[in-house]
Design a protein around this ligand. Sequence first.
Ligand SMILES: [Ca+2]
Ligand SMILES: [Ca+2]
Length: 194
Amino acid sequence: MRKIAWWAAVVFAGLGLVTPMVRAADNLLVNPSFEIDKDANGVPDGWKVEWQWASAPNRVVLDSSVHQEGSRSVRVDLLDPSVAPPWGGRMYQDVPVTPGATYQFSGWLKLQGWQAATQKEGLGFRAWEQYDDGSWNDVPFYLSDELFTGDFDWRQFTTTIEIPSNVKTLRIALWSNPGTGTAWWDNLELVRIK
Ligand SMILES: [Ca+2]
Ligand SMILES: [Ca+2]
């Protein structure tokens, strides 16, 4: 009996210590939970922001009061769609990938009163692919459902990405076209599964 209990303790301790470290190392995204802002400029380090509508009262901020993981999320408030320029935006980072490999993406999204300005394009997670010749695909594909309206608590979106033989870089983005309401993104993960 005593011997069994000792082995069980070792096994469970090992699982508890090792599993989170392996998962963190496998995530190919930098600052995937938006926790790091060492230069204190309000933009999560490692991410590039192109949110063209982000002039007052509309804004994109790090939110330390609402988060799915850690202590921060990225929040977009679109309060007045008449403020120019009216188009949407993205926050993204580029990840080197292996041609022919398969990756799994997941990320969390929360919406409050979101209403798209048109029913042609919505909001979610999106990706671009860069080809061998340096060019990018014209139309990015969605990594989540494409959302036009919404009011829901944190929801995880997961999808599998097969990398074509002529693609070497994946651009992962939080994405939104014009609308009104508030959206939060948090806790992204990109791992190679094949
Ligand atoms: Ca976070
Ligand atoms: Ca920063």
